[in-house]
Design a protein around this ligand. Structure first.
Ligand code: PEP
Ligand code: MG
Length: 911
């Protein structure tokens, strides 16, 4: 039997269903599911994603069976709808839309009103008795088709502002202007007929091709254009950003047209079953009477509110659907309930009302802000719509991260004057320099600038610029416009429909009232309220959402992995504790020599570094000792008995030698040596490759007294706290180890100091472990031996990645983009753990380590400890804990819980 490439839906039944997204795309699968739920959906068919993959693998050819399957399906659609495609008397019109597995709003193409041509136009006029409607539909077809099929899909790349669509738009505006019309609705039948003729001429002039006057030709043109748009520029960019694989392909949905522009009893709208910005359990949306769907999404007219409850400042004067068409609204409300009960999640829906009859055109899980995701998860749990584990899975780590993102400082905002108001499309605050093009946004952001992308309208073409900007501001568009959806999905601060701004891209200026702004001027946006401010306003942490605390409690119910933090000051440690850290996984001792209050200990460290003889060094170490001990004691005290891993010094030595002459002289004097001698010693410290040089344990091998001082400082700090009746749990960690002999050498020192400290403080024992970092591939490979001495491993995946790949941590950034662009690497391996290679080293290390020491404690303290995908790996690999910077602790907790739900481990790792 021939492979099935085409799936029919309509007449309250369908070939497909919701769980066939891979094959039918999200849109196709959900259209089928709605039919199965007996919800009114115009009949149609879905051409599978396999056809798209086939098309790209076979030089843009379709499988031979496709044509026949499309024709058979079209005949079925004709039967269900009681109309015929291309028929002179009773013509069926169709829409041709994309639909990938995961939603890519506005990134691919759509053609509506396909099938209108000189043969079908008279029949449709006769049938509808509405010539104006027919010519309006025809001019829309010409505009879309010429843009999507004849220009974009044909690979024509016009200059900015010279695209066929823009040229036709201009012609339309000219007619309106000349005749003094306010809106498109004022255009008469004659105007539209005239425009259609002129449009076709223009298309011929510009694109050198006749506009096709055959229904079937239009249909196949549309199908081809949707497949072509899978590899369009903005779809490719969006896939890169969202990590959607190129080989998924898109499906194509061909569906009977229903019309929202057939007069006052017709309408079109977009709605969310709950508020996507706040999560509030209210039916929320926008609609336009006598319009086609694209009008709402394109933001050409200010849309009306769906109901009375959700009216806002911008649309309160407009009638709601609830009031204007109460019975249709009621039916829609019922569908809202059916869909939420069925999908158990907030749905984003599109509908059309044709002469009083409601049709559903789409439903999909709605994109939402982090706040909305959190609120909906907790509400739906309370409503018993979802289970606890489902609630935990409902908030992505990125959304949680967004909740922790800055807002405009409320105090600063209170004193500031609002420059303009728009619709609050994306959450939080943003402050940055104005740019007017997506390109500029990308360029300036690359230079490290924070930019606000200001555009006339929400244009999906701008996706890369939107990503690069910290905030987005547009003059036109509604809450459901494409860019608003995209920005919200990313949790990016975004204001749309800010009518007060007048932009002149060519001149690079924007006017708001009397004021003029140019590229590089600063703006501050409050995306939660839709307010625009001049200049820079102070930013603040997102206010505490009480739901956040409860959600995190729920998260911790599921987690088997512990989450610690990388912190080396009492302040950072306290912050991390607030965020739920369960210990410190990495205390970098060298931190005390940087920043605030570091001069004195730094001077002594420098003395120690520049010392030549053991006597000199011991003298300097003795001076350094009280600083180190105090620093460690303060942090241990804050952690109140939670485990704290203190890593012995691991600095590149030459970095600590001062450059300034007066400081060099002061050091020489303090050491009692000549300046010449000092210079000689400093020169000797210089290393060609300090990352692989005399650092970490290697220092302790050369100068055991350095190790001894540190261990004494740690253990005495712990002993003092014990004697002060405080709790402590310390882990002493040796860095840059690659052989067991190194570790044994250091362990001897540890044992000796341990005994001395017990004696000095009259203690029987101290809660202390001795362990090692695994950050050199050889250490991972010899982990079985290292575990004979080490009581714990902490994977230093920064260095393990550096040395595993041989990529310098500090220089990789310069050629990383080439690796990503050429798909040599899927992601930056310093950000997301390379599971294939470095992950293999880690797994090998754990396996060997635990073979030797069954209860070996295993953690990670490289930057990957806060990366959700890497946390999932750590869960699966049997780690005891991950450790990350304080602000990433909640994200790591959530990622760990989600990993535990998705990949239950029979025997939970011992904490
Ligand atoms: C590591 O290498 O992963 C690590 C945590 O140590 P550092 O970043 O200090 O080298
Ligand atoms: Mg390291």
């Amino acid at each position: 039997m021939a492979k099935k490439y085409v799936y029919l839906f309509g007449g309250k039944k369908a070939d497909g269903k919701a769980d066939m997204k891979e094959l039918l795309g999200g849109k196709g699968a959900n259209l089928a599911e709605m039919c199965n739920l007996k919800i009114p959906v115009p009949a149609g068919f879905t051409i599978t994603t396999e056809v798209c993959t086939y098309y790209y693998k076979n030089n843009k050819k379709y499988p031979t069976e496709l044509k026949k399957q499309v024709e058979t399906a079209l005949a079925e659609v004709e039967k269900i709808m009681g109309m015929k495609f291309g028929d002179a008397k009773n013509p069926l019109l169709v829409s041709v839309r994309s639909g990938a597995r995961s939603s890519m709003p506005g990134m691919m193409e759509t053609v509506l009103n396909v099938g209108l041509c000189s043969k079908t136009i008279p029949g449709l006029i006769k049938k509808t008795n509405n010539p104006r409607f027919v010519y309006d539909a025809y001019r829309r077809l010409i505009m879309m088709y010429s843009d999507v099929v004849m220009e974009k899909a044909a690979g024509i790349e016009p200059e900015e502002g010279q695209g066929i669509r823009t040229q036709l738009d201009k012609m339309l505006e000219e007619v309106k202007h000349k005749k003094g019309y306010k809106s498109d609705a004022d255009l008469t039948t004659e105007d539209l007929m005239d425009l259609c003729e002129k449009f076709k001429k223009k298309v011929k002039d510009v694109l050198k091709k006749e506009f096709p006057d055959d229904a079937k030709e239009q249909l196949w043109g549309g199908i081809g254009a949707v497949f072509a748009s899978w590899n369009g520029k903005r779809a490719v960019s969006y896939r890169r950003i969202e990590g959607i694989p190129d080989d998924w392909g898109t499906a194509v949905n061909v569906q009977a047209m229903v019309f929202g522009n057939m007069g006052d009893t017709s309408a079109t709208g977009v709605a969310f079953t709950r508020n996507p910005a706040t999560g509030e359990n209210v039916f929320y949306g926008e609609w336009l009477p006598n319009a086609q769907g694209e009008d709402v999404v394109a933001g050409i007219r200010t849309p009306n509110p769906l109901n009375e409850a959700t009216k806002n400042e911008h649309n309160k004067h407009l009638p709601s659907l609830e009031k204007a068409m109460p019975s249709v609204y009621k039916e829609l409300l019922k569908i809202r309930t059916t869909l939420e009960k069925h999908y158990k999640d907030m749905q984003d829906i599109e509908f059309t009302i044709q002469e009083g009859r409601l049709w559903m055109l789409q439903c999909r899980v709605g994109k939402r802000t982090g706040t909305a995701a959190l609120n909906m998860a907790m509400d739906m749990l309370k409503e018993k719509l979802i289970t606890e584990s489902q609630a935990v899975l409902r908030v992505s780590p990125a959304q949680l991260d967004e909740l922790l993102h800055p807002i405009v400082d409320p105090a600063a905002e209170k004193n500031a004057t609002i420059l303009a108001k728009g619709l609050p499309a994306g959450p939080g605050g943003a402050c940055g320099e104005i740019v007017f093009t997506a390109n500029d946004a990308v360029l300036e952001a690359k230079k490290g600038k924070k930019v606000i992308l200001v555009r006339e309208e929400t244009n999906p073409e701008d996706v890369e610029g939107m990503r690069a900007a910290v905030g987005i501001l547009t003059a036109r568009g509604g809450m459901t416009s494409h860019a608003a959806l995209v920005a919200r999905g990313w949790g990016k601060c975004c204001i749309v429909g800010c009518g007060a701004i007048k932009i002149d891209v060519k001149k690079g200026v924007m006017e708001i009232g009397e004021k003029s702004f140019k590229k590089g001027d600063f703006l501050t946006l409050n995306g939660t309220k839709g307010y625009v401010y001049e200049g820079k306003l102070k930013m603040a942490d997102s206010s505490e959402n009480p739901r956040f605390v409860n959600f995190m409690k729920l998260v911790d119910k599921f987690r088997t992995l512990n989450v610690r933090t990388n912190a080396d000051t009492p302040e950072d440690a306290s912050k991390a504790l607030e965020f739920g850290a369960e210990g410190i996984g990495l205390f970098r001792t060298e931190h005390m020599f940087y920043g605030k209050n570091s001069e004195e200990p730094l001077f002594r460290l420098r003395k120690m570094i520049i010392s030549k003889t053991k006597e000199e060094r011991i003298k300097a170490l003795n001076e350094l000792f009280p600083y180190v001990k105090k620093d460690i004691k303060n942090t241990l005290a804050v952690m109140k008995g939670l485990p704290v891993t203190i890593r012995l010094l691991d600095p590149p030595l030459h970095e600590f030698v001062p450059n300034k002459e007066d400081e060099r002289k002061k050091l020489a004097k303090s050491l009692g040596i000549s300046f010449e001698e000092f210079e000689k010693r400093a020169e000797a410290l210089h290393e060609i490759n300090p990352m692989m040089g005399h650092r970490g344990v290697r220092l302790g091998i050369s100068y055991p007294e350095i190790t001894e001082m540190q261990i004494r400082a740690i253990l005495e700090a712990a002993a003092e706290l014990i004697n002060e009746k405080k709790k402590v749990a310390v882990e002493v960690m040796i860095p840059v180890v690659c052989t067991k002999a190194e570790l044994d050498h250091q362990k001897l020192i540890f044992d000796a100091v341990y005994a001395e400290v017990l004696k000095k403080y009259k203690l029987k024992k101290l809660d202390v472990l001795f362990g090692t970092m695994i950050e050199i591939p050889r250490a991972a490979l010899t982990a079985g031996k290292l575990a004979e001495t080490a009581e714990f491993f902490s994977f230093g995946t920064n260095d393990l990645t550096q040395m595993g790949f041989g990529f310098s941590r500090d220089d990789f950034g310069s050629f990383l983009p080439d690796y990503l662009d050429n798909k040599i690497l899927p992601k930056d391996p310093f950000q997301t753990l390379d599971q294939e290679g470095i992950g293999e080293l880690i797994q090998f290390g754990i396996e060997r380590g635990r073979k030797t020491r069954q209860n070996l404690k295993v953690g990670i303290c490289g930057e990957h400890g806060g990366d959700p995908a890497s946390v999932e790996f750590c869960h699966k690999a049997g780690f005891n804990y991950v450790s990350c910077s304080p602000y990433r602790v909640p994200v790591a907790r959530l990622a760990a819980a989600q990993a535990a739900i998705k990949f239950p481990i029979k025997k939970a790792a011992k904490k």
